[in-house]
Design a protein around this ligand. Structure first.
Ligand SMILES: [Fe+2]
Length: 580
């Protein structure tokens, strides 16, 4: 009998062998525990098995280095993550997309201990260069990925994208697709909520996209499977293939409204000890994300910095797990002078970094972080204490530092709130707005909903404009991302949004754009005509890209099908030399 590994074929075969009529649902439940089926899969490695089902990724670029990531899917993966022998692989980095000009390569193996994920910290690369990479395992090539190293001397121009809040169940990752189709970005920042721990079944009913596992993630196995679900998405894979990611977590990588010692969405009685859940979530994050790990799963230290020549110093903050104190309901506790959001170590690190960047004459100093820093609410009556409003003394210390040290070109990039905002930062915007300290730019979500009804969203934005005097603009309706176009003279921020996340067919446009200057943090909105011109230019660029095959390729397993069976080392080397 010819055996195929598709779900339908397995179902039909089981019906025939057992003679018992099972519904599809009964079959699925039954088969999860079926040792017969497990053995059947384990004993028959299939030629249809593709080892790079979760794509490739790069991240945390340095002047001379990069993190490369992939996962080797074991043949017996899926129904049970059983222990298995180590899986070997090769990796290669080259200066061309065909991988003929190889500058580094090597081989290693991965094991069940790290869920068969692969991570390499590659060094000795040159600054400000484009590189391409791929992996080879089980006789097959991965997709080819691309990244840029950070510039050492000041570039004339930098282009970065940033986004956050990508709930798989809430819709298609059209935002990732749109970012993937940009050829001119130096890197992409993800400001957290890269995965969601929720079951999200209500969202699934609308989108048709169902989380794996279907229940809320709590254990290490849950978080691993959840990351695998996200990395199996084709648009996520496209973005990771094209750009290096600089990622920092928010709360949903563990549980809603997390802080160091717990989370709003965690109950010890039913979900176990918080520290064990936190450790499981962090371990899975380290395994599945292209990040340079620091600290350990018990005490993660994910805050870190990047220098783009003299043009930009970027600090990625962890406002969740590094030092955030517990939420406080009463006014006096909330306003305690020693209250901290970053923790002492991170706060000291940030202060030194900002002062040093200023002393060294770096033009722009940006913070990539999670929760809104600007005051949000009525005067003295904030709406949301999960944001910096819940840690007023910590914000005051940062604002004092910026003012007293004369930090210029200072701005904050924020995620978390599923909507688009631009605000100026002041000690107290309700009292004195004569000399802003900096600015805050907030990205909309990849998929997570803000206000889903367009009329209500417009009304909310209009109401808020009258409440917040430091608000430049806000939009609650659209999903999207922000592109930063940075030069010595000015920083331009563009909010790019998609018209839908409920279909993989979408269109994108620039919603708003503004500029600001390093010595004067006022935000100046571009006119409607200028914004329309940005959209027109982008559409023209996309049309041109479709005729440009420089680095827009189909999936590797469709292009480079080689069947099962590994190459020998010499075959691998000659394959490298002859190109692909
Ligand atoms: Fe979110």
């Amino acid at each position: 009998m010819r055996v195929a590994l598709t779900g339908e074929a397995v179902i039909k075969m089981t019906f025939r062998e057992s003679g018992m009529p099972l519904s599809r649902r009964e079959f699925l439940i039954d088969s999860l525990a079926s040792s017969t089926l497990l053995n059947w899969r384990a004993q028959r490695p299939s030629r249809s098995h593709y080892p790079f089902q979760h794509g490739v990724a790069s991240g945390d670029p340095l002047h001379d280095g990069i993190i490369l990531w992939t996962r080797i899917t074991p043949i017996n993966d899926g129904l049970s993550r059983v222990a298995s022998t180590p899986l070997s692989y090769h990796w290669v980095v080259a200066t061309d997309a065909a991988l003929t000009q190889v500058v580094a390569n090597g081989e290693s193996h991965t094991t069940a201990e790290r869920d068969f994920t692969v991570k390499h910290d590659i060094r000795a690369l040159l600054p400000g260069r484009d590189y391409y990479y791929a992996f080879y395992a089980q006789g097959q090539w991965s997709d080819t990925g691309h990244f840029k190293t950070l510039p050492e001397v000041s570039p004339e121009r930098l282009r970065l994208a940033f986004t956050s809040c990508s709930n798989f169940a809430a819709g298609y990752f059209n935002v990732y697709r749109d970012i993937a189709e940009r050829r001119d970005l130096d890197a992409v920042l993800h400001l957290g909520d890269y995965i969601y721990e929720y079951a999200s079944l209500d969202e699934s009913l609308v989108s048709g996209r169902v989380h794996e596992p279907m229940a809320e993630a709590v254990t290490l196995a849950d978080y691993r499977a959840r990351h695998a679900c996200y990395k199996a998405d084709r648009d996520s894979q496209a973005m990771h293939r094209q750009h290096a990611l600089i990622a920092i977590w928010d709360d949903h990588e563990v549980a809603n409204n997390a802080w160091q010692g717990g989370a709003a969405n965690h109950q010890d009685a039913t979900q176990g000890v918080w520290s064990e859940r936190l450790q499981a979530a962090v371990q899975a994050y380290y395994e599945w994300m292209p990040v340079r790990e620091s600290g350990n799963a018990d005490a993660p230290e994910m805050y870190r910095g990047y220098r783009f020549g003299q043009l930009l110093d970027l600090s990625m903050l962890d406002t969740r797990l590094a030092g955030r104190e517990a939420p406080e309901a009463d006014y006096v506790s909330r306003h305690a002078p020693e209250r901290t959001l970053l923790g002492e170590a991170q706060e000291n690190w940030l202060s030194e970094r900002l002062v040093q960047a200023q002393d060294e004459g770096v033009t722009w100093k940006l913070l990539g972080q999670q929760v809104m820093m600007a005051q949000f609410g009525f005067h003295q009556q904030p709406f949301n204490y999960d944001q910096w409003d819940g840690y007023p003394a910590a914000r005051q210390r940062l604002f004092d530092l910026v003012e007293q040290q004369g930090i210029t070109g200072w701005g904050v990039l924020t995620g978390d709130i599923h909507s688009s905002w631009a605000m100026t930062l002041h000690h107290d915007p309700f009292v004195d707005r004569s000399s802003p300290l900096g600015f805050e730019l907030v990205t909309p979500a990849v998929t997570s909903e803000g206000i889903g009804n367009a009329a209500t969203a417009t009304l909310a934005a209009a109401s808020l404009s009258s409440v917040l005097p430091h608000l430049n603009f806000v939009d609650f309706y659209y999903r999207g991302y922000v592109v930063l176009d940075i030069t010595e003279q000015r920083l331009q921020a563009e909010w790019w949004v998609v018209d839908t996340v409920l279909s993989p067919r979408y269109s994108s446009a620039c919603l708003r754009a503004l500029t600001t200057q390093p010595l004067s943090p006022e935000l100046v909105l571009l006119s409607d005509a200028e914004v329309a011109e940005l959209t027109n230019h982008r559409h023209q660029e996309l049309a041109n890209n479709h005729g440009d095959h420089k680095f827009s390729q189909p999936l590797a397993f469709l292009r480079d099908w080689r069947g099962a069976g590994a190459l020998t080392q010499s075959e691998f080397s000659s394959a490298l030399i002859s190109g692909r």
